[in-house]
Design a protein around this ligand. Structure first.
Ligand code: NAP
Ligand code: GCO
Length: 259
């Protein structure tokens, strides 16, 4: 019988007070995992804990900037002491800056790379030693359509998410022999605070994305829950270095011709 259960597992989902991370962590809790998450500010962590509690989930929250290696190492050590060894890591925390490239400063570019690419490296590096010792582990990096495609104004984000796809493949290559699987999830366009500016009524991007998506709708965070459970469970123990695109078919589709 294929095992999709996460019973007895400790899952760390970064940046999971709300949005995609919150949905994935909640799904993991319903599949039996103990949930750990972090956010930048205590207020956001507190809000997150309350949101999980409202779903009947006892989540463990930590304040940590995932771009800060000292903070990450301290958080992982605290989690291992207070909750347990991390079995599942979801590198979810991320930012985007939508600025035409020639108007973007190098500092702005670096900030996006720092959160969306350097931080997944830092957090994965912090959890891998215990996974190696345990002889098992799951790392899931939240990639993007921009791991495959470019578009105006998101040069830093696309560079980061393209790099994250290759970091995913490299972790899989380097640590697969320890029964550690590292895969990516590439969400399509999902209705969260991050895409709220693109979904304002009448925004041209709204109709554009619906025309580009065979499913003819924006994705929801619920659409990601099953794929995330699959990649965190024993059901995917021979899946490694793969990016699972959950995009309603965007990457397969040239787009609807204008009517
Ligand atoms: P979101 O609503 O903007 O949430 C991002 C989360 O990351 C927030 O909780 C944020 O905390 C946290 N975060 C940002 N920088 C951080 C840092 N330095 N340290 C710790 N936490 C940090 O984003 P989302 O839409 O849920 O997206 C989550 C992930 O999915 C991101 O990696 C994003 O690139 C990716 N993704 C999103 C979509 C989409 O359509 N929404 C599609 C593909 C991929 P604060 O609130 O405190 O800033
Ligand atoms: C954008 C969007 C996208 C989504 C997502 C698509 O401005 O193009 O924010 O980048 O966030 O990454 O997979």
């Amino acid at each position: 019988m294929v095992n999709f259960s996460l019973e007895g597992k400790v899952a760390l989902v970064t940046g999971a007070s709300y949005g995609i991370g919150f949905a994935i962590a909640s799904a993991y809790a319903r599949a039996g995992a103990t949930i750990v998450f972090n956010d930048l500010k205590q207020e956001m962590v507190d809000n997150g804990i309350a949101s999980y509690a409202a779903q009947g989930i006892k989540a463990h929250g930590y304040v940590c900037d995932v771009t800060n290696e000292n903070q990450v190492n301290e958080m992982v050590a605290k989690i291992e002491k207070e909750v347990g060894v991390i079995d599942i890591l979801v590198n979810n925390a991320g930012i985007i800056k939508r600025i035409p490239m020639i108007e973007m400063t190098a500092a702005e570019f670096r900030q996006v790379i720092d959160v969306d690419l350097n931080a997944p490296f830092i957090v994965a590096k912090a959890v891998l030693p215990s996974m190696i010792k345990k002889g098992a582990g799951k790392i899931i990096n939240i990639c993007s359509m921009m791991s495959e495609l470019g578009r105006e104004t998101v040069s830093a984000y696309a560079a980061a998410k393209g790099g994250l796809k290759m970091l995913t493949r490299n972790i899989a290559s380097e640590y697969g022999e320890y029964n550690i699987q590292c895969n990516g999830i590439g969400p399509g366009y999902i209705a969260t605070p991050q895409t709220a500016p693109l979904r304002t009524p009448g925004h041209p991007f709204n109709s554009f994305i619906i025309a580009k998506t065979p499913a003819a709708r924006w994705g929801t965070t619920e659409d990601l829950e099953g794929p995330a459970i699959f990649l965190a469970s024993e059901a995917s123990d021979f899946v490694n270095g793969h990016v699972l695109y959950v995009d309603g078919g965007i990457l397969a589709y040239i787009g609807k011709q204008p009517q």
